[in-house]
Design a protein around this ligand. Sequence first.
Ligand code: OOB
Length: 532
Amino acid sequence: MLTGCVPWPDEFAQRYRRDGIWRGEVLGDLLRPEAADDPDRIAVVTRHGRHSYAELDRRADRLAAGLVGLGIRADDRVVVQLPNTPDFVVTCVALFRIGALPVLALPAHRRSELVYLAEYSGAVALVVPDLLAGTDHRTLARAVRAAVPSVAHLLVAGEAQELTPLAGIDASPLDLPTPDPSAVAFFLLSGGTTGLPKLIPRTHDDYTFQLRATAEAMRFDENGAYLAALPVAHNAALGCPGVLGALRAGGRAVLAASPAPDEVFPLVSTESVTLTTLMPALLPVWMETAGIFGVDLSQLVIEVGGATLSPDVARQVRPTTGATLTHWFGMAEGVLSFTRPDDDDEVTATTQGTPLSPADELRVVDDTDQDVAAGEVGELLARGPCTLRGYYAVPEHNRTVFTPDGFLRTGDLVRRDAEGRLVVVGRIKDVINRGGEKVSVDEVEAHLLAHPAVRSAAVVPVPDSRLGEKTCAVVVAQDDPPSLAEVRAFLSDRGLAEFKLPDRLHLTAALPYTPVGKIDRRALARDHAGTA
Ligand code: OOB
């Protein structure tokens, strides 16, 4: 396995293979069977066009050969920051075929995050769009190259200026060796527990299992159409079963540029979408507008997760839209627990269901790692066939975030109900969940401390009726205290993604500290709970 990654112990790997969970599939084989058997079958649809399996398969082969020509090899890391476009699919499949490893950045990431990802992964290349929502990603790419010497290639989907156009990387297909299924296939970005977000290695074996098992659980097959309304670089829309799972099943992946009703509802109708994923904050918007667009959602299964979903909102989904809701607890780390389409609506409204597979082991523990009594609240620990055994290249961190026997400490507070279903009740990790977008407080605080007028700072969640939580920066300032607008502009200039910029600023004379001398963020969060 790639240096810096932690394999599953042999005993587990053998069991997962023996039980037919890991089947030796590789992600580079996506598109292949349909391209051979039913070449004109539609694989990917956007508002701008329809693309067959054969077309995308051929493009992926030619791009792979072209990338090899540029010098990109197996195990090379490539930061991929692409929106929901066919280019995303073709680029990832091409890299999978080479055995090179996409590092999936979100479209919202800016210079700070991209530099961090490129540096952390030792990336040799970066793939960006030209312009997206008013941001010139070529400028970001140049900044990454200037900061990270390993980045030799800047590839641009669209107008490349002096950089390398993705569309021009094209060569006759090569016969490339198939990667080992137990090898790392790509990296997802963690929402974080402490410190900066970490890279999550996902293997061919574990991710193809996730694609297959989530598709089966959602009854998604070759007749299905999956709508990606969230960014495809996020595990929820990528692989639960998401875009890659839809393609693995021989179905259609419908890529929306945004979850806005005027973007998605025409696609839902024309493509007869059967499955999609939303964060909770979007659900009320869809419920309010589906009627206005006259769209029939009765065949649609909606997966909702990533942040707290109000049971009241959940209960309204079927009566107002006819759609079937499934309620998810998910992590990019691979832990997945969710209700099934056939579950009772009340179960779906109030629980996050059961784990993806019987091979998933969940524990609920107290702060001494002892299992709590049935029904009690504790931290969720997880181990299983698609839950990572270690973050990339951070052995010290891994020693604290994993138990000695390989359980991931999720940092989430849960209980199991009488039937064993998971109920998420809170969180102990230093992350703010802003409508499903995860904000590492350590990351934002480090940037705040760089402001000349900031003496000390803490970032805490404040309740928000739409997003669930927003961010509040509590700052002890020097003589000339900055305004919220100044703080936001300062952090934005430092290259931080917009969703991480504080929503509120509170100036204070001193921060509270815990007995061991850490900033008492919990006390601050309590103090500011009403400031939203
Ligand atoms: C999904 O993945 P991530 O990696 O962006 O975020 C994981 C974290 C969890 O540790 C938990 O803190 C929070 O998001 N979360 C929830 C939740 N589902 C996830 N918090 C409260 N209620 C829920 N239902 O967010 C993700 C990945 C795959 C599928 C769906 C979501």
